[in-house]
Design a protein around this ligand. Structure first.
Ligand SMILES: Cc1cc2nc3c(=O)[nH]c(=O)nc-3n(C[C@H](O)[C@H](O)[C@H](O)COP(=O)(O)O)c2cc1C
Length: 198
């Protein structure tokens, strides 16, 4: 890794961009291929590579909007037209969505499921960081749709796969809010072998 204290500054300063502030252009396919190299360096116990990504843009986003509506109708049978349209909009805010999927190797002898999920989560965050590093805006979103079997089926998830999130990506609008984080005081919680204090 490049040794440069500005990398730490960048990590500390990172912030998501609300999806409503993600505009075109999104990274093009060549840029996206490069960005998707970052997840390949995620810590990965047993090198199982327990993740995959689906790139959704253009007519894929329209189809995703239809799918969100269809799934919402099944979750909320008395949903109003306005609610259904709001659901569709969730697929249409950013010009690019990358679905992050964990692929679990069940009953692995050495790597429990939780570690595979953590590796897939780390891989997903590598994509988030890489995207921000190139100056694009990004936000990791889930909501009920990430746990909806209707959506899983249409995206082609198998029983051993989990939808970890829909990574919304685009160009950060100039009007995007800048977050003032409340910084927790820098203290070290040290464990030195003494009995834990309640
Ligand atoms: C697994 C996961 C799921 C998330 N799902 C949502 C979500 O559905 N809606 C939301 O507003 N933020 C969600 N977030 C949080 C945002 O990605 C983001 O971190 C949050 O808006 C705070 O912004 P920040 O990253 O600048 O601190 C999720 C984060 C993770 C890691």
């Amino acid at each position: 890794m490049i040794h440069d204290p500005r990398l730490l500054d960048a990590l500390i300063a990172r912030q998501s961009t609300p999806a409503a502030y993600l505009c075109a252009p999104a990274p093009d396919d060549e840029t996206l291929k490069r960005l998707l190299q970052a997840p390949e360096s995620a810590p990965d116990h047993g090198s199982l590579h327990p993740w995959r990504f689906l790139v959704i843009r253009g007519k894929g986003l329209d189809a995703l909007g239809n799918l969100f509506v269809e799934a919402y109708r099944q979750r909320v049978p008395d949903a109003s037209e306005a609610m259904l349209e709001r659901e569709r909009e969730r697929a249409l805010r950013a010009p690019l969505i990358v679905a992050a999927i964990a692929r679990i190797v069940p009953d692995h002898a050495k790597v429990p499921e939780v570690e595979q999920l953590l590796a897939a989560g780390a891989a997903t965050h590598q994509l988030v960081l890489a995207t921000e590093a190139l100056g694009f805006g990004v936000i990791w979103l889930t909501g009920d749709r990430a746990y909806d079997p209707v959506i899983h089926a249409r995206l082609g998830l198998t029983d051993d796969e989990r939808l970890l999130g829909l990574i919304n990506i685009g160009t950060r609008a100039e009007s995007a809010p800048t977050k003032e984080r409340e910084r927790r005081p820098a203290t070290l919680t040290v464990w030195d072998g003494s009995d834990p204090v309640e």
